[in-house]
Design a binder for this molecule. Structure first.
Ligand SMILES: Nc1ncnc2c1ncn2[C@@H]1O[C@H](COP(=O)(O)OP(=O)(O)OP(=O)(O)O)[C@@H](O)[C@H]1O
Length: 610
């Protein structure tokens, strides 16, 4: 029997059009052909299980081979095979009509949108023509008494179908590689493609004598069968040379959508950008992409691992994906699972949760900032860390500071430092007052503080150096000043003149005698604007970046230095004022260069003086 015919489609010779449209990702032809071979093999397995196929199943693997001389790539399977009639139906009609539909629908879309849709229009088989000038199919159906068939086509609408010699059941697809696709005749290139897309396919794939895949990857197994070692081993296979993950979540849901996978919490610290695109997306164990944007909530993209779902539509554009009901549900499901897992570790192993906090806080905060539902779930296990190294939940901390840190307006004032070393003097001053100080030094913390102020009732945050200790948390009692109003004015003028800097606003304040003679502070509001801007807080605040710092210099009226300055002659007063101011700068870590040199010199003179 030999038949030649014309494939009944409307567009004449769609081959060049498809080839042009899809050029950016030719390598996926192999994924498509191997997937088809795997599908056919699995169908045979099911039929055998159901008793509908009673013949010898034999070794059910898929073999990929390359012959550089003959310029062919062959994908062979021992699956259900096709009769000549089935080839006509499935290849000529389904595969080709899919291709036509593709061309018509996606003529105007950009290349990346087209890459995504190739698998979804029965275009799978047709993708062979992206690299081959001619494709042959040799197939023999599992059905008893079937004759083997050979089909050949050059990608045009003409094909030839004839009986053939083929002893074994199954299908061989032979690609005659086109001149411009020589790269695919290289074994290393083919192996690379197989390892990328076929690494976890459920049927063994053999290439050059070795099996390249794991047929039962970890996520397809029952969590109850797996040990921690299994999970860390799999992680290291996915991401060689990475540090061990902190913990993981095994996802498994089949209603209302189908999703399996394992998400790992990596050690993230503050490498926000570096760690993205680490989640791999699979559809029934076939690798699809590692660009999971829109499928996974933004903040969860810091996680690593695999997701496998046949319900994620890969055939549509980005904007459609965002609106897709399944994708939204998957998003919510994953978010909830992640929050549940964190809550569980917090509940069951609080100390281990605290140990991991430095690695996961960035991620939790990111989630709380970007997803209200996640905030609601996380607010009971998110932690605040004090400079004393203790951890508190929001509730615990509010209770802790209730006695001492509520101001005259009933606001709870939470104090924090962004740099314990640099702000040491202020931290100590706060602690001496019986205040507790929190550590906030992460890249997201300025935003996080803003969020907490919105969410926590009657609560404000102040950095320890935002004001003099008496004013950090304003209480009814005000300290008496030992100076008269005239003396205060004189002191203010004297210091302003000595400091001689328009960004330093001098004021005289009645602090405790044992407090420093001069204290420099940067108002909370001002500093926050700058912090926010530094971490990219938003367009509207760009103007603050160009603002110079505007510090408040508080001269302590009750410190003995104030009296000494007032009593000294002009020259000595200026010297003392400068010295006291420089000491304050030193405490802020702001004394540098010329000013530092002057300070050291002046100190030596003062030491030498009677
Ligand atoms: N190796 C094979 N063995 C048996 N049948 C096959 C084989 N390859 C393809 N087919 C048949 O040809 C049809 C068309 O294949 P094609 O890859 O174009 O689309 P598909 O597999 O249905 O969808 P997808 O786009 O997801 O691959 C398949 O549905 C299948 O019936």
């Amino acid at each position: 029997m030999q038949e030649t015919g014309s494939i009944s489609i409307h567009t004449e010779n769609i081959f060049p059009i498809i080839k042009k449209f899809l050029y950016s990702d030719h390598e996926i032809f192999l994924r498509e052909l191997v997937s088809n071979a795997v599908d056919a093999t699995q169908k045979l397995k099911s039929l055998a299980q159901l008793g509908e196929y009673q013949g010898e199943a034999g070794e059910l693997k898929v073999t990929v081979s390359v012959d550089k001389e003959k310029r062919t790539i062959t994908v062979s399977d021992r699956g259900i095979g096709m009769t000549a009639d089935e080839i006509k139906k499935y290849i000529n009609q389904i595969a080709f009509s899919g291709a036509t539909e593709f061309v018509e629908k996606y003529k105007d879309k950009d290349a990346s949108a087209k890459d995504q849709i190739i698998g979804q229009f029965g275009l799978g088989f047709y993708s062979a023509f992206m690299v081959a000038k001619e494709v042959e199919i040799f197939s023999r159906s599992y059905k008893e008494g079937s004759e083997a068939a050979r089909w050949v086509c050059d990608g045009s609408t003409e094909f030839t179908l004839e009986t053939a010699e083929k002893a074994e059941r199954g299908t061989d697809v032979v690609l005659h590689v086109a001149e411009d696709s020589d790269e695919f005749l290289e074994a290393t290139r083919l192996r690379g493609i197989l390892e990328k897309y076929c690494r976890f396919l459920p049927i063994e794939i053999e290439f050059e004598g070795t099996v390249i895949n794991q047929t039962q990857p970890l996520w397809t197994k029952q969590p109850s069968e797996l040990t921690d070692e299994d999970y860390t081993k799999f992680y290291q296979e996915l991401y060689p040379f990475s540090e061990k993950p902190l913990f993981w979540i095994h996802l498994n849901v089949d209603y209302p959508f189908n999703l399996t996978g394992i998400l790992y919490f990596p050690k993230v610290k503050d490498e926000l950008q570096l760690q993205r695109n680490k989640i791999q997306l699979y559809s029934r164990q076939v690798f699809i992409t590692d660009e999971v944007k829109d499928v996974v909530p933004e903040f969860l993209m810091l996680l690593h691992g695999v997701l496998d779902s046949p319900d994620i539509p890969l055939n549509v554009s980005r904007s459609f994906l965002q609106a897709d009901a399944n994708v939204r549900k998957i998003n919510q499901y994953i978010t909830k699972k992640v929050a549940d897992k964190l809550a569980e570790i917090f509940r069951k192993e609080r100390s281990s949760f605290e140990e991991k906090w430095s690695d996961i806080n960035l991620f939790v905060k990111y989630g709380m900032l970007s997803d209200d539902k996640f905030y609601d779930r996380a607010k009971d296990f998110a932690l605040l860390q004090s400079v004393a190294g203790k951890f508190y939940t929001f509730g615990e901390y509010t209770e802790l500071v209730q006695a001492n840190q509520v101001d005259q307006n009933g606001q709870t004032v939470l104090l924090y430092t962004t740099d314990e070393e640099a702000q040491h003097a202020y931290v100590v001053a706060a602690q001496e007052r019986g205040y507790d100080v929190l550590n906030f030094n992460g890249p997201l913390d300025p935003h996080f503080i803003g969020l907490l102020e919105q969410k926590l009732e009657k609560t404000t945050f102040k950095r320890v150096d935002a004001d003099t200790i008496g004013k950090l948390i304003e209480k009814e009692e005000t300290a008496e000043s030992v100076l008269s109003d005239d003396e205060k004015t004189k002191l203010q003028e004297l210091f302003a003149k000595a400091i001689n800097n328009e960004h330093m606003h001098v004021q005289v304040e009645a602090l405790a005698p044992q407090d420093a003679p001069v204290i420099i502070t940067l108002p909370e509001f001002m500093r926050r604007m700058k912090d926010m801007q530094r971490v990219g807080g938003g367009g509207g605040m760009a103007m603050f970046g160009s603002l110079p710092d505007s510090y408040t210099v508080s001269v302590n009226a009750n410190n003995p230095v104030a009296q000494r300055v007032l009593k000294a002659d002009d020259e000595a007063a200026t010297k003392l004022a400068k010295q006291a101011f420089d000491l304050a700068l030193l405490a802020q870590g702001l004394l540098k260069g010329e000013a530092l040199t002057q300070f050291v010199k002046r100190s030596a003179e003062l030491l030498a003086a009677e």
